[in-house]
Design a binder for this molecule. Structure first.
Ligand SMILES: N[C@@H](CCC(=O)N[C@@H](CS)C(=O)NCC(=O)O)C(=O)O
Length: 218
């Protein structure tokens, strides 16, 4: 059993979809890690200690010995090379590109628009009532594109019958769309089907927000 000090450390927040991506990757690769909660609602991302790890003040951050990496995409690529067990990128070039494209729709065209700081800004500068419609419109735009992008390539999972990178980015976004932002998934039959497949996998279940040590108990 890995000693606590030798373990990977993941700075995470239970409801953070970016952290959730990495929790799935770590689980699929069978890597034990120490979970270090950062309460985004209490502003713990702005403390000098945390900003030393990630100057932009976002989770997730992964610490592997002397190596500190922030940003889920960078962490994912690092894990994929350093811990090649259970590869999450297909070798087929077209499929690989499709994985990058789907992951990037989530991580650059959907998630940044629903971030805590963005919603706080909209709530203060526009109106609290505008926050959910704003997020819903951007999630739906992205989901619409993802449905079209993946429809000729999906198998049991997003780009075939093996779990791959795209699934790690899609599952948290779909989960958040349903649980936090009340997105009508009837419009997205492929993503709904993928979500059912994700929900059956223990590595995905264990990574869900509600199963994290810092999730509220009720
Ligand atoms: N591109 C970064 C984005 C990280 C990010 O936006 N993290 C969110 C949680 S999912 C966060 O820490 N938000 C804090 C804030 O908005 O103050 C990644 O993929 O890791």
């Amino acid at each position: 059993m890995a000693h606590e000090e030798n373990k990977l450390k993941l700075y995470s927040y239970w409801r953070s979809s970016c952290s959730y991506r990495i929790r799935i990757a770590l689980n699929l690769k069978g890597l034990e890690y120490q979970y270090i909660p950062v309460n985004l609602l209490k502003g713990e991302q702005y403390t000098p200690e945390f900003q030393k790890l990630n100057p932009i003040g976002y989770v997730p951050v992964l610490v592997d010995g002397d190596i500190i990496i922030s940003d889920s995409l960078a962490i994912f690529m690092y894990l994929e090379e350093k811990y090649p067990q259970h590869p999450l990128l297909p070798s087929d070039l077209q499929k690989k590109a499709l994985n990058f494209q789907a992951a990037n729709i989530v991580c650059s065209s959907i998630q940044p628009l629903q971030n805590v700081s963005v919603l706080k800004y909209i709530g203060e500068k526009v109106s609290p009532d505008e926050r959910i419609p704003w997020v819903q419109s951007h999630i739906e735009k992205g989901f619409d594109a993802l449905e079209k992008l993946l429809k000729d390539h999906a198998g049991r999972y997003a780009t075939g019958d093996e779990v791959s990178m795209a699934d790690l980015f899609l599952a948290p976004q779909i989960h958040g769309g349903i649980q936090r932002f009340n997105v009508d998934m009837a419009k997205f039959p492929l993503l709904s089907r993928l979500n059912e497949a994700y929900n059956e996998l223990p590595e995905f279940q264990n990574a869900m927000p509600e199963n994290q040590p810092d999730a509220p108990s009720s």
